[in-house]
Ligand binder design. Structure first.
Ligand code: AR6
Length: 210
């Protein structure tokens, strides 16, 4: 696994702590050793990756934060697709920790993987559900054959988890995913952080994988 921090995402320069790091032989002997992890600052809706992950709510019918930004950027066909999911497979909505995919519509990304973080503010404090958001999204990315997937800081906004908690959940999920999906199609995982202060948390947690 390679962990990088990218100041200019499209320049492809990976910088950690002021230094450039190349491929790093890491892991426990299991998992996809070629998977790269990047930590970026910016707007996830602009990422040219195969799949972006949406921090949705259980209704799947849109909201604020990154969910609202994704719906605006993907266009009205996204809401129609979500309404179709609600009318068919998900009549009761999507449970916290679960994930489901739709096309990306007007986005550069081919797919959107929607997941629902536990609402810490509302008393949903089970960290395993937050880990599950990342794990299930990775599992769906793999089942779609996606090579690249971008995550926001799921649960780190309106739902009230700290940056450290979100980053640790992401790390736990990545660890488990690499061990359980050694031949995965997923080669690149990006964490696209809207707020620069989250970068330190993600750098610290993901560095531990090296
Ligand atoms: N790109 C990347 N990250 C973003 C963007 C963006 N365009 N916009 C916001 N963020 P939140 P949650 C960051 O609240 O905590 C919605 O209303 C944001 O700064 O979007 O899981 C849903 O419908 C924060 O760091 O998601 C739900 O009701 C992170 O994304 C509820 O919010 C997550 O913040 C879900 O709350």
């Amino acid at each position: 696994m390679r962990v990088g921090r990218v100041d200019d995402a499209d320049a492809g320069n990976e910088v950690v702590g002021g230094g450039l790091i190349g491929p790093v032989a890491t892991g426990t002997g299991m998992g996809n050793w070629n998977m790269r992890v990047k930590i970026l600052q910016g707007d996830i809706t602009t990422r040219s990756v195969d799949a972006i992950v949406n921090a949705a709510n259980s209704t799947l019918l849109g909201g604020g934060g990154v969910d609202g930004a994704i719906h605006r950027a993907a266009g009205p066909r996204l809401l129609a697709a979500c309404q179709e999911l609600r009318a068919t497979d998900l009549p009761y909505g999507l449970a916290p920790g679960a994930a489901v995919s739709t096309p990306g519509f007007d986005l550069a990304a081919r797919w959107i993987i929607h997941t629902v973080g536990p609402n810490h503010h509302a008393g949903q404090t089970n960290k395993a559900l937050l880990v599950s958001c990342f794990s299930e999204s990775l599992r769906i990315a793999d089942s779609l054959g996606a090579a690249s997937v971008a995550f926001p800081a799921i649960g780190g906004g309106v739902y009230g988890w700290t940056g450290h908690q979100v980053a640790e959940a992401a790390r736990t999920a990545l660890d488990g995913f690499m061990a359980s999906h050694p031949g995965t199609s997923v080669e690149l995982v990006e964490f696209v952080l809207f707020h620069p202060e989250l970068e330190a948390d993600f750098n610290a947690s993901l560095e531990e994988l090296r």
